[in-house]
Write a protein that binds this ligand. Structure first.
Ligand code: ARG
Length: 563
């Protein structure tokens, strides 16, 4: 039962406030004595010019109370006490009948959401920082899809820009084809670093690089061929990681895709009188918004990152007619997106307000910062492989007789890493530590996966259970707490959507696992005589496994039946 929804519908009919407005006001009281949900009447007091406690009293008298044990007023608050027996019955029946689709809805039907995520740069390492965008974007994709939105996952590859002129020259001079075959990105990185070293001694290299890029833009055969080759080998390497993570994109339209779509943008800007000259460059002045200008064309006439993003946004609106256009990109690009969105607005596109930058923090390993220039980066593929290997060792230690250890190690290892990226508010930095992420007792992926496997093991041992349930007996604080949590799965999903914040769901899953373990440690299940209670507890266990599995699946993590 989705209580928040029910409460807001009933209150909306009585007050004239919208469902949405009411849902936002509803609070979860800090103590169970104060009810399961509370509605503060202070805002209404202002519009109705009446004392909040009077409003609460009036609402209490006229509201439909079905589904609630009682409704009380305390000061300006209306406190709702859920009918516990009814809650357990309705919640567990719903979960067990809906199974894999429990938590899902159709509220987004007919709406398209474009999600630009991962978007690594060709020829550069696909490093641990990129997993932030990849994991958050993939989770948002799954979360939005679960509510009926049509999602379009876009990998806006960094496959254009002056650096390709440098790479082409470096390739011609120094590439080792054999190394390129084996470890493409490492080889491309090596020659890119070498280019910078050599260019310091011989600045004319920079001119040659500029010429190559000009030729590339003009579609000259040699440059295009080398660029394509560099792109192909890079993608092969990125795809290894995407396969490990089981991530797919609907579009790989990267920066180069907008090459022939930028003239139109420049023309539109000109026609609207938005372009001004600044130090030889063509810019959109954003003084009135307290922002530096958005550069459209550099003094040599070359377009840049921002120009391509303007073209991309317009293309996405035309192609997908999005309801929301999301960019999962690091917080260091906050200004860039503000400039792009503001420029779109100035161009007269009201849908600029539907463009959302979903930012995230940095990933730190001990105290090393991750950079591309030096070459001392941690490749994502290496990180994932190490996680798998460490998980393998742990499993060997904990459950030596397990059958499919390799498969389990993969799911647990990768899950542990992804979980870490989705666990905290995305604007926070991640400090990566192996001990923390693989700790079976901490707030980790393995902990949640283990709770699931434990539930499954109970159900296996039970060998099925009967259909006579005594749900009213699920009345201990641990059981009530767990049932209430399971009932609020959809609420957690909707607030993750509202804030573009997968961690809300991750934390919810952690809470479910914790509540489950508490319940399981305090209450016998298989050994009890009372059959109707035993069945009810087994139903609770099964419902918990369903919610954990569905929840993890929404953030892109698999479960294992045994571990
Ligand atoms: N390639 C960029 C980077 O690695 C991210 C691109 C994000 N997407 C966009 N439309 N700008 O920083």
């Amino acid at each position: 039962m989705e209580y928040k929804k029910i409460i807001s519908e009933r209150l909306s009919a009585l007050t004239g406030l919208s469902n949405d407005a009411i849902e936002k006001l509803i609070e979860i009281p800090p103590k169970p004595e104060m009810g399961d949900f509370a509605f503060p009447c202070f805002q209404l007091a202002r519009t109705l010019r009446k004392a909040p406690n009077l409003i609460a009293e009036e609402l209490k008298n006229s509201i439909d109370k079905s589904g609630f044990e009682r409704i009380e007023t305390v000061g300006g608050y209306l406190n709702f006490f859920v009918d516990k027996a009814n809650l357990a019955k309705s919640t567990l029946e719903k979960i067990l009948s809906e199974k894999d689709s429990y938590g899902h809805s159709k509220i987004g039907a007919g709406k398209t959401v474009t999600i630009d995520f991962s978007s690594p740069n060709i020829a550069k390492p696909f490093h641990v920082g990129h997993l932030y965008s990849t994991a958050v974007g993939n989770a948002l994709y799954r979360i939005f899809s679960s509510q009926g939105y049509k999602c379009v996952g876009i990998n806006h590859l960094g496959d254009w820009g002056t650096q390709f002129g440098k790479l082409i020259e470096a390739y011609k001079r120094w590439v080792d084809e054999e190394a390129l075959e084996k470890e493409p990105i490492k080889e491309l990185l090596r020659i890119y670093v070498k280019f910078h070293e050599e260019a310091e001694k011989d600045p004319s290299l920079e001119d040659i690089a500029r010429m190559h890029f000009k030729n590339l833009e003009d579609g000259k055969e040699e440059e295009v061929k080398l660029w394509q080759k560099i792109k192909d080998v890079s993608l092969m390497e990125f795809n290894k990681v995407y396969d490990m993570l089981k991530i797919k994109f609907d579009s790989y339209a990267g920066e180069s895709f907008y090459n022939d779509k930028m003239d139109e943008v420049v023309k539109m800007l000109e026609e609207k009188g938005l372009l001004t000259e600044s130090h030889g460059a063509q810019v959109v002045n954003l003084d009135e918004f307290n922002m530096p200008p958005c550069i459209i064309k550099k003094s040599d006439g070359a377009t840049i990152y921002a120009t391509r993003d303007l073209a991309a946004a317009i293309y996405r609106k035309r192609t997908y007619d999005f309801y929301k256009n999301i960019y999962v990109v690091g917080l260091e690009q906050t200004l860039h997106f503000k400039q792009v969105f503001t420029t779109l607005k100035l161009m007269g596109f009201d849908w600029a307000d539907d463009c959302v930058h979903v930012g995230f923090g940095m990933v730190k390993f001990a105290d090393k910062k991750l950079s591309t220039r030096k070459g001392d980066v941690i490749f994502l593929e290496d990180l994932l492989n190490e996680a798998i290997q460490r998980a393998r060792e742990l499993i060997e230690e904990k459950n030596a007789s397990l059958e499919n250890k390799d498969e389990v190690a993969k799911i647990v290892g990768i899950g542990a890493v992804v979980f870490t990226y989705l666990k905290n508010n995305r604007e926070r930095d991640i400090v990566f530590s192996w001990n923390d992420i693989l700790n079976f007792d901490g707030e980790t992926g393995p902990y949640v996966q283990y709770s699931y496997a434990r539930g499954k093991s109970i159900l296996r041992k039970a060998e099925g259970y009967g259909a006579n349930f005594d749900f009213e007996k699920l009345n201990s604080p641990e059981e009530v707490e767990l049932v209430k949590l399971l009932a609020s799965f959809n609420d957690a999903i909707l607030s993750a959507i509202d804030k573009y914040e997968p961690s809300i769901l991750t934390r919810y899953i952690i809470d479910v696992a914790k509540a489950f373990n508490k319940f399981y440690n305090m209450h016998p299940i298989l050994s009890i005589e009372d059959e109707a209670l035993r069945n009810a507890r087994l139903a609770l266990v099964e419902a918990t496994t369903i919610v954990i599995k569905n929840g993890l699946s929404l953030i892109g993590i698999d479960v294992v039946e045994r571990m």
